[in-house]
Design a protein around this ligand. Structure first.
Ligand code: NAD
Length: 402
């Protein structure tokens, strides 16, 4: 059998710990037998980032800008403990944050559904994708805690030194004050990334704020979304039969509990932080959540939503078997290969990605899965597989059908 050929290299970004152990096995057993893989490899393992003073992260992001599509493994974001564990020069920034800032992108998280793991919300039948605006608001705030009464104000000083001043509150006693911001540029990029994602996936876009209460701040989000939609996306949306729906956040949360899913839920930063974990947990498992960074400039980076599965890695180092679920990692590869196939007009590559994903879902639905899923599936699993057995079983199935 001749292998499927690729045209443009995929930017391959490796990571850390248990997911680093699984990465080459996925390539060797599930991809390389069928596809003549063409990748440009960047090692974002913590040691390499430390050795290169994080230059390798910048190089990887620039490579995605050059080629358009990347696939990324989970990486350690070092804290004090990790800096000590790996004898790092410093606590390097989150690689995901660096790449996201360089590509100006938005992250979309989509659950992978199987019919033997029922969502906690009965009406949910299709994935709800959460798109989180990962800039500003409370995540880049300024705060004051006062122990005495006083006047709290916000002051804006423009480049000419002119000031605009608003009283927040005459505080009668001790209290707390917070200042937050966002920029029209960032909100516009967020809106365009969301609309691009919906066109790509052919799904509706839902967006919500609290514009009735926040008449400048939240209303600006609403107006920018509506404006960009009307001027740039209404026609392409209508052409493929998808729609944009705006409402208040409380109304959207209530409606979300009654829908059957199948839309993008575009969320402001805090809403996205909270709702993506709620949606992930209600659909079943973090290990069944795929993630893609979409930039309004047309760059894509695919990854699993979970981290490096540190606890399993320590077990693996001791020679013990692990039950790490590789589904979201494999979906990161198939997502990236499918996008490469679409951009390079390689239908065989797209069809291969579809087949791999379908086979994984069939395998789990027939009862063959890792321990994390066995704990929540109904009817009970037929066989609980360890990390390597899962990949081997999948490889055997793929050999028969690809
Ligand atoms: N996208 C990324 O690169 C990313 C995301 C999150 C965390 N991290 C990094 O990962 C490291 C570990 O973080 P964490 O423990 O908070 O997150 P984690 O996602 O690795 O694990 C969280 C929990 O979910 C379980 N879990 C996650 N993925 C699983 C899988 N595939 N199979 C079975 N169980 C799975 C784990 O056992 C653990 O109990 C940290 O250093 C963190 O910086 C990276």
């Amino acid at each position: 059998m001749s292998k499927i050929q690729m045209k443009t290299p995929l930017v391959e970004i490796d990571g850390d710990e248990m997911t680093r152990v699984l990465w080459p096995i996925i390539k060797e057993k599930l991809l390389a037998p069928f596809v003549e893989l063409k990748t440009e490899y960047y090692d974002l393992g913590i040691k390499k980032r430390d050795e290169t003073d994080d230059q390798v992260t910048l190089d990887a992001a620039n490579a995605i800008k050059k080629y358009g599509v990347g696939v990324k493994n989970a990486t350690i974001t070092p804290n004090q403990e990790r800096a000590k564990e790996y004898s790092l020069k410093k606590q390097w920034k989150s690689p995901n944050g660096t790449i996201r800032a360089m590509l100006d992108g938005t992250v979309f998280r989509k659950p992978i559904l199987v019919n033997n793991i029922k969502p906690a919300v009965k009406s949910w039948k299709k994935p709800i994708v959460v798109g989180r605006h990962a800039y500003g608001d409370v995540y880049k705030n300024a705060e004051i805690k006062t122990l005495v009464p006083g006047k709290a104000e916000i002051v804006f000083t423009d480049a000419q030194g002119r000031q605009t001043r608003e009283t927040i509150m005459e505080l009668p006693g001790p209290g707390i004050i917070q200042g937050i911001h966002n920029t029209n540029a960032s909100i516009s990029s967020f809106a365009r990334s969301c609309f691009e994602y919906c066109l790509d996936q052919k799904i509706d876009c839902w967006f919500a704020t609290k514009d009735t209460i926040s008449k400048q701040y939240d209303q600006t989000f609403k107006l920018i979304f509506e404006d960009i939609f009307k001027n740039e996306y209404q026609q392409p949306f209508e052409k493929i039969g998808i729609s944009f729906f705006y409402s208040l956040i409380d109304d959207v949360v209530a409606k979300m509990m009654k829908t059957e899913g199948g839309m993008l839920w575009a969320c402001k930063n805090y809403d996205g932080d909270v709702m993506s974990d709620l949606v992930a947990s209600a659909f079943g498992s973090l290990a069944m959540m795929s993630s893609v960074l979409v930039s309004p400039h047309g760059y894509y980076e695919y990854e699993a939503a979970h981290g490096t599965v540190q606890r399993h890695y320590y077990k693996h180092l001791k020679g013990e078997k692990t039950s790490t679920n590789s589904v979201a990692l494999i979906f990161a590869w198939t997502g990236a290969l499918r996008k490469r196939g679409e951009l390079d007009a390689l239908p065989q590559l797209c069809a291969f990605s579809d087949k791999v994903e379908k086979t994984i879902i069939e395998m789990i639905e027939e009862g063959y899965m890792t321990g994390d899923l066995a704990a929540i599936c109904n009817p009970p699993a037929k066989r609980v597989l360890d990390s390597m057995q899962f990949i081997d079983t999948l490889a055997q199935r793929l050999e028969k059908i690809v």
